[in-house]
Ligand binder design. Structure first.
Ligand SMILES: C[S@@+](CC[C@H](N)C(=O)[O-])C[C@H]1O[C@@H](n2cnc3c(N)ncnc32)[C@H](O)[C@@H]1O
Length: 517
């Protein structure tokens, strides 16, 4: 139960907050706002699972997570006084959830761990979930009970169903635009405790998926399931997915639309959980990329950011670097839906960006880096710190010597350099002597971001020009940051007094000096 407060709900809040399409509409929990230190009910979580479920840590003021005050101070201290925050949707924002399945077939729990335990809390009325996720979980649980599907037992390693991933597409052009989000459809992935589709429990897997399809697919009275997949995983560790994925029912391709482009996401690829907030971030990010820029999209996943920039900023080239090979197919499919008018060099590399980071940075004037929560790899930071000294070294020969291309013999490094997917431009030639002037750092880990930011600013290599944050995870004390760094040239020019290339760079240099970075 949520809290010990007594309750009074403002009627307008009830209207705006009740799940719109779920057959599992939540009895709202009892809260009151008698404590003047608490925020308004209109921005409160009001979830009955709060405190038992580990998903949300904050119940009040969802529009301003506590870390925001610290972020504001931090950005001020590094010279950014106009830091902005976009608070977005406070409920029903989660379009992608991985939920553990535990308990028994007669009483299954589908949810998250209770804080600090290995107990799974059933969260049928989760306020963060898109309503279609809660509705799909409800169908799943009925199927588990009806067909005696055994939930996974972590201690014994037994059972059939371990996890379920639910991903919502909010892109159905047959619906009016205003209805698309609420009527989103779910790609369900069942994580099954067997080696493959030939195992003895496969009959039960098929029965369960047919039940879900019958009760949530296109011929049901509440069409909420887009497709059903299975992932086979027998490992005893706590890695959620195994390597074997199979499509079972519905459409294979899962399309959504963000950042002005159609994107296809396989269940095995990384996908942002908060589709609307991600879209806002992309629209903001686009403004910092000059038309015709060459972009390196590092930690690219299925290349959504890079493709969005190709389409909206008419980039000369975009190079995506990602170490999960599963994302390649999604990238290829999304690439196929770019407008025909796009004329750019576009490539996607299956590579570890921390190995030879300079190789990936070369040839671009804008770097987008969207690393996992732990932040940039030390080797990537070191490479970014070196960039000011490369700025005017335009010769390819010099670049090659810096990158030690001639000496490189390691087959896996040479393999990674070859693009897994590549589209040449019809008109644009290569311009590999470029080095980045702008770094757009997207971060979901505030702690690691601060450290990386300090490192980048510490030796005057970069200057922080702008910072924005987005409420990607309302109910938690996390923010997604978009930080705009510009290269500083004075460190380099003090030893190499070459002429500045253009006035924009002079301006950036002045700002670096003014900010004392
Ligand atoms: C926060 S996600 C961002 C994905 C993508 N930019 C998006 O928004 O969809 C981070 C990505 O970095 C990838 N990654 C992690 N370590 C990497 C490495 N050493 N080299 C390249 N990619 C890496 C992960 O597989 C994941 O797709």
């Amino acid at each position: 139960m949520a809290s010990s407060f007594a309750f009074a709900v403002h009627p307008s809040f009830i209207c705006s907050s009740v799940a719109t399409r779920s057959s599992v509409s939540s009895p709202l929990p009892v809260l009151s706002c008698s404590n003047p230190l608490q925020g308004s009910l209109s921005t409160a979580l009001q979830c009955q699972h709060f405190q038992t479920c580990s998903g949300c840590s904050h119940e009040w003021d969802l529009h301003q997570p506590p870390v925001l005050a610290e972020a504001n101070d931090f950005f001020r201290s590094v010279g950014v006084s106009d830091f902005t925050f976009d608070s977005g949707n406070l409920w029903e924002w989660r379009c992608r959830a991985k939920l553990a399945v535990r308990g028994s077939s007669s009483n299954p729990s589908v949810g998250l761990y209770q804080e600090g335990t290995h107990t799974i809390v059933d969260i049928p009325y989760c306020r963060a979930h898109h309503p279609s996720i809660n509705a799909a979980v409800d169908v799943l649980k009925r199927g588990i009970t009806l067909f005696d599907i055994i939930p996974y037992d972590e201690d014994m390693g037994t059972g059939e169903l371990r996890y379920v991933q639910m991903a919502v597409t909010t892109y159905d052009t047959s619906l009016p635009a205003a209805e698309r989000y609420n009527k989103g459809k779910v790609q369900v992935t069942l994580v099954w405790n067997s080696n493959n589709e030939h195992s003895p429990s496969s009959a039960k897997l098929n029965t369960l998926s047919n039940f879900i399809w019958k009760n949530g697919g296109p011929n049901s009275k509440n069409h909420l399931i887009h497709s059903i997949w299975v992932n086979f995983q027998t490992s005893r560790n706590n890695v959620i997915f195994g390597n074997r994925w199979r499509h079972l029912l519905g459409e294979i391709d899962f399309w959504d639309r963000v950042g002005g482009v159609d994107i296809c996401l396989a269940p095995s690829s990384f996908g942002q959980a908060n589709t609307k907030a991600f879209n806002s971030l992309l629209q903001n990010l686009q403004k910092y990329v000059p038309y015709g820029a060459s972009v390196a999209d590092i930690y690219a996943g299925s290349g959504i950011i890079g493709l969005s920039l190709v389409a909206t900023r008419k980039c000369r080239s975009v190079k995506c670097v990602e170490n999960n090979k599963e994302s390649r197919l999604s990238f290829e499919k999304s690439l196929g839906r770019l407008p025909r008018t796009v004329d750019s060099c576009i490539s996607w590399h299956h590579a570890d960006a921390s190995i030879e980071p300079l190789y990936w940075l070369q040839g671009s004037d804008v770097v987008v880096a969207d690393p996992p929560r732990k932040g940039l790899h030390p080797s990537m930071i070191a490479a970014l710190q070196k960039l000011p000294s490369f700025k005017h070294q335009a010769s390819n020969e010099w670049s090659r010597s810096m990158l030690k291309v001639k000496e490189e013999r390691r087959p896996w490094v040479l393999r990674a350099r070859e693009a897994s997917v590549c589209v040449e431009s019809k008109t644009i030639g290569e311009k590999s002597q470029l080095w980045p002037k702008t770094l757009l750092y997207i971060s979901c880990g505030w702690k690691s971001f601060k450290e990386d930011c300090r490192m980048l600013l510490s030796d005057k290599a970069w200057h922080l020009e702008k910072a924005h944050a987005f409420n990607f995870f309302p109910g938690t004390d996390s923010i997604e940051v978009l930080a705009v760094f510009k290269i500083c040239l004075q460190a380099w020019t003090s030893v190499n007094p070459w002429q500045q290339e253009n006035s924009q760079e002079e301006e950036t240099e002045d700002k670096c000096l003014a900010a004392g970075t």
